[in-house]
Design a protein around this ligand. Sequence first.
Ligand code: PLP
Length: 367
Amino acid sequence: MALTFRAAHEQISPFRRVAMPEGTARACYNEPHLAPIAGLAEAIAAEIPHLNEYGSRSEQAARNIARAHGTDPDRVLLGSGSMDLIRALIGSLCEPGDEVVFSWRTFEGFVDACRVHAAQPVRVPTAGDGSHDIDALLAAITPRTRILLLASPNNPSGRALTREQLARLIDEVPDTVVLALDEAYSEFASSPRAAFVAPMERELMKTPENVVVLRTLSKGAALAGLRVGYLLADPMVVQAVAKMRTQNGVDRLAVAAAEHCFSPDGLAQIEDRVEWIKAERQRIERTLRDRMERAEIDGKPHIDISHSDGNFVWLPVGERAEDLGAHLIEAARINARVYAGEGVRYTVIEEAVNDAFIDAVAEWAMR
Ligand SMILES: Cc1ncc(COP(=O)(O)O)c(C=O)c1O
């Protein structure tokens, strides 16, 4: 072939949905299995007569989002999902070869986001329980580092930053480095010590210029197919990141959906659904822990059930991950996400499937 592409293209993996046998439960993408909230279809339909027009009601959507976070609309930037904004953020800050530091393991999208801009991903191992190792992350910052990018809660471990860790990062990350906090799963957090920047905007009001928060409607609002997320940051950062995006690049239908989700009625509906998912996750973890304790009393091997703050459960079974993944398909027709050699991540979905998951994991652990 005569055409050649950037070397980094070879390292960027295209997204492909895994082909799943008929009747298999899809518990591998962290998508809540929920119908759109009431009023969403009408809000989207109201935009259809305007599809011939450029631009959208993004100012109103930004105002609704700002109100929900107790901040100003000029600190809000909409994007086509949070990944779109993470890519734009890296593009706005990194020259080729500049470093983006993150924990590993984390969401793989971070690696591709670096590659598209020829930035250098720097992976810092997480602590043994999958939480961020703050000392190691701070020590990994060099003069070439432009961004410290952390998912909190982390994916797949479900570990969230504590208030002390967050305060330390805000304090100690040099002001030439952006501290980017990907809070995609923050709505699902239940750890009393977990802390997030977005709700703190109200308290801090003066979030430092180098702190950027990324949020998404793909998880809590269950709108992964619509592609809408947002960034909260200093207006100067918002403007810089906006320059890296297509103008009017979030379509009218997605903007209308965001406006509705952040109306008082939309927020109340989403909160109820998120509470249900949190309760289900806690029920799964608690039931599995009880069953593992009973197995131990009976002298059978057991597995550690860690605590997750996401809409998923993380089973760090190490070398046995592939075996557990295969058992879930065979015994319960559940497709969970297998991280070979590390663990299995199960997305909380319908109650009956969650029950089948609990039974299948317990059965596998006691074999
Ligand atoms: C930590 C994290 N951030 C971002 C995303 C992507 O979110 P979006 O759909 O808003 O692009 C995901 C998707 O699973 C994720 O796990």
